[in-house]
Ligand binder design. Structure first.
Ligand code: SAM
Length: 309
């Protein structure tokens, strides 16, 4: 079985799959776990761009959505909010849920996704005997190496690399991005996620960037804690940017998350949130700002716009 097929089963099986049962916070936190600091800073940014339609992909329980809707209301701004979420959650009020992108046909606004591309099934490739091969899974317990069957995907793999390098990449995430670009008539695609430029990925992760999270401990064995642990990898931003450019999307922002939040008013948002709070509560809010700005150091914000819009 291919590694992405293994991940489809352990992460997305509708009965047992990890994302269908586990809550964010049990094994890892995301930026969305940080009060309203993250969501309101982005909502404010979207208001400044005159955005009235947001499609959030992979919204999970919808915390970002709830808070963004609240912020728009506070500012008396009109907002239509759509969610496409692969796992099933209780629907939240004021949101239109869609089951696939084609339902929208054409979309004007922002397509937003925080830590979603890293959660889409990826494949593992190894450079061996002078060529790329693939790591497959045997019996849900070990890897074995074999030829790549769909040779056309080799164009996504790095060139001039060293023997033994393992490179993790989600071809499915690239296809999904293409579908998003296809419905985006006017507006922006916003991707927030962890990763590095290609050279740095190769340098940091010669054995692949596969990472597992189980009860807040980090490991790299995907065959442990089956169905119970998150299995993810780091995005290759060089690939994502080139892929989007190839789809006629201009990259208008590509910035470290902390810098992006600071430049776009997280401190002012922290002031709004902490108004009328005690000194202690205020201190806690500003500590969370510090965490969001400094602890998420390998997180980036990419904003792309269809060329000519
Ligand atoms: C790591 S969680 C991040 C959740 C949330 N965005 C956050 O930052 O807290 C990834 C989410 O993306 C969802 N997801 C993965 N692939 C998806 C897809 N193709 N379409 C919609 N949702 C998807 C998963 O079900 C999961 O809820």
């Amino acid at each position: 079985m291919r590694f992405d097929e293994f991940l489809s089963e352990v992460l997305y099986n509708p009965q047992k799959g990890y994302y269908f049962r586990k809550k964010i916070g049990e094994d890892y936190y995301t930026s969305i776990s940080f009060e309203k600091l993250f969501s309101w800073t982005f909502a404010n940014y979207f208001i400044n761009l005159n955005i009235e339609n947001i499609l959030e992909i992979g919204a999970n329980e919808g915390y970002f959505a709830k808070e963004a809707i609240e912020f728009y209301k506070m500012k008396n701004k009109k907002l239509n909010y759509f969610i496409l979420e692969r796992a099933m959650f209780k629907e939240i009020e004021g949101v239109k849920y869609i089951k696939n992108l084609k339902e929208l046909k054409e979309f004007d606004g922002v397509i937003f996704q925080n830590e979603v591309l890293d959660a889409i099934e990826f494949r593992r490739f190894i450079y061996k005997d002078g060529k790329w091969k693939e790591l497959y899974v045997r019996d849900f317990k070990e890897f074995y190496i074999d030829e790549i069957k769909d040779k056309e995907i080799i164009k996504y793999l790095p060139e001039n690399v060293f023997e033994g390098l393992i490179y993790d990449v989600s071809i499915k995430a690239l296809e999904f991005l293409k579908e998003q670009v296809e419905i985006l008539r006017k507006g922006f695609i916003v991707i927030v996620d962890y990763g590095y430029e290609r050279d740095e990925i190769i340098e940091r992760f010669p054995n692949g960037s596969l990472t597992t999270y189980y009860k807040h401990s980090v490991s790299d064995n995907p065959f442990e804690n089956l169905y119970e642990q998150d299995i993810t990898y780091f995005l290759d931003w060089t690939l994502i940017k080139n892929f989007l450019k190839g789809l006629n999307v201009d990259i208008i922002v590509f910035e470290n998350q902390g810098k992006f939040l600071l430049e776009n008013g997280i401190l002012e948002i922290a002031e709004i949130i902490s108004k009328n709070l005690s000194e202690l509560e205020r201190f806690k809010i500003f500590n969370k700002v510090k965490s969001l700005v400094f602890d998420f150091h390998n997180f980036y914000v990419l904003i792309g716009a269809p060329r000519g819009t």
